[in-house]
Design a protein around this ligand. Structure first.
Ligand code: HEM
Length: 480
């Protein structure tokens, strides 16, 4: 019996070696050949310049090695390839179809994608797959009717004449109370963004996240974020009930979450808690991160440019004088502050890259062929720094470029300056953010002088937006 067993297992081992090994080798060889073929046929099909691809992996390793400076890697490629449109080749896991990534910084292409042929360029499965654990089915991740109805609801609040109302969620994040210990919610929110952002350049994320420990970290941080959003919704519901009960027209009724609480789905049903959770998180990204990050980059530039500071100060003193804040009309007079804000966004756009998925075959104005299913990425970060778009001094921080010879502010097209997007998905908070930023910049500079502390590593962090990687350290001196 024992002898028979041994013989049997030996036989089995031999069969496994004789048949299994060649099968595995064949599969690996086939996979390698097909991937190589796949990557190469795609290059020839789209006839675009690419960073020199490596066998099998295309540009994946280059992209991965540069992931912490990805916006500058993209910019370097526009410059070295001497083009405004190029392709990045990324191999596909298990040879599944994954579209090419086409980068463009061409103004006419941007207009075509965001405006003229808007219907052909969606957020698509990329946003849903990569971001749904975080942003759910919120306005930033969806297309079609779901996007339309969310935009319709949200746009009501931005039609309110008084833009100074608090666009928040009836709750102070309290970020300034303990500056040395960031709020658990704020840290968790930032970490989740960092992890999901990497998914856009790592097609194997659904495997690698398990090995790097990022999946566990992601889930832990998502729990904190979800609990925070849930508490906000509970509070908002309580407030609403109390207001209804007292028939009280409290000002908190005017905040964004209250507004969504009172809104209805197209079938007339009120929004569910899961929908409200998505509203909270999508609007925190939209309203908190973008403007705050732009202001940080702005303070850094003001520290480095005393002439800009001087002009801001002169304007603020003349317009706001000794009032606490400028009013709506005064903000309109603060033209130099507005130019400074636009110049900040030109060089540090809060949404530095913007991906779309092509629904049907298309041809861009510069002649680039876009096969259906391609991912097209517009690159506002690169656009702001290319000489072909902004002239020889493109990299210089120079707010004066926003004035014409008569001293009027130049209104650049949203395709040349897509910091607030363009076309039907244009940022809903553009005017609010501009008003807010002008108010903050002008009053801060009127009241304080900022001095950079030495030896700082100032660069951007991993995120869907453009945060500073490290806190900006400045000495703040109150003006006399
Ligand atoms: C410096 C400030 C801001 C910048 C640079 C900015 C930029 C942008 C950009 C580029 C988009 C398009 C994103 C995409 O679809 O991928 C966008 C969309 C949006 N923004 Fe802003 N934003 C800013 C502030 C705000 C504020 C303060 C709010 C509101 C509280 C807001 C609300 C929105 C909303 C709701 C959308 C989605 C529009 C849609 O998909 O239809 N934004 N923003």
């Amino acid at each position: 019996m024992r002898v028979f067993d041994l013989t049997n297992s030996e036989l089995l081992t031999n069969v496994v070696i004789i048949v299994g090994v060649p099968v595995v080798l064949f599969c690996v060889a086939a996979a390698v050949t097909l991937t190589f073929f796949h990557v190469n046929t795609r290059t020839s099909k789209i006839h675009l310049k690419t960073p020199t691809p490596q066998p099998i992996v295309g540009n994946l390793l280059q992209l991965s090695a540069n992931r912490h400076r990805k916006h500058d890697w993209i910019l370097d490629n526009f410059r070295t390839l001497k083009t405004e449109t190029f392709a990045v080749l990324i191999p596909t896991p298990f040879l599944t179809y994954r579209p090419d990534l086409i980068m463009t910084a061409n103004v006419k292409n941007v207009e075509h994608i965001l405006k003229t042929n808007f219907v052909n360029y969606e957020k698509g499965f990329l946003f849903r797959e990569n971001l749904s654990c975080f942003l759910g089915s919120g306005i930033f991740t969806v297309d079609g009717s779901s996007w339309k109805s969310q935009r319709k609801i949200a746009s009501h609040i931005f039609t309110v004449k008084n833009v100074c109302i608090l666009i928040a969620f009836g709750c102070d994040f309290g970020c300034l109370e303990t500056p040395d210990n960031p709020l658990p919610f704020a840290s968790a929110f930032d970490r989740v963004q960092g992890i999901v952002c990497d998914r856009f350049i790592n097609p194997f994320w659904f495997i690698t996240e398990f090995f790097t420990g990022e999946r566990i970290e992601l889930n832990k941080n998502l729990d904190i974020v979800n609990t925070f959003a849930k508490e906000m919704i509970v509070e908002a519901r309580k407030r609403n009930l109390a207001n209804d009960h007292d028939n009280n027209e409290d000002v908190s009724k005017n905040d964004l979450l209250d507004f969504f609480l009172e809104s209805k789905n197209e079938d007339g049903t009120p929004l569910k808690d899961s929908q409200l959770r998505d509203v909270v998180l999508n609007f925190i990204i939209a309203g908190r991160d973008t403007t705050a990050q732009a202001l940080s980059w702005g303070i850094w530039e003001i520290c480095k440019n005393p002439v800009v500071e001087e002009k801001l100060l002169k304007e603020a003193k003349a317009v706001i004088r000794d009032k606490k804040f400028p009013n709506y009309e005064e903000v309109k007079e603060l033209k130099y502050s507005q130019a400074v804000f636009y110049e900040i966004l030109r060089l540090y756009p809060s949404v530095p890259a913007n991906l779309k998925l092509a629904v049907n075959d298309d041809v861009l104005p510069d002649g680039t062929l876009i096969p259906a299913g391609s991912v097209v990425s517009m690159a506002p970060y690169s656009m702001g720094r290319l000489e072909s778009i902004w002239g020889k001094d493109a990299e210089e921080f120079n707010p004066s470029r926003w004035f014409d010879i008569s001293g009027n502010l130049i209104k650049e097209s949203s395709s040349k300056f897509p910091a607030f997007h363009s076309g039907p998905r244009t940022c809903l908070g553009q005017h609010l953010a501009t008003h807010e930023a002008i108010t903050v910049l002008s009053t801060l500079v009127r009241d304080f002088h900022f001095e950079l502390l030495p030896n700082q590593d100032i660069t951007y962090g991993d995120s869907l937006t453009l945060p500073m990687k490290n806190p900006l350290l400045v000495k703040v001196c109150k003006r006399q």
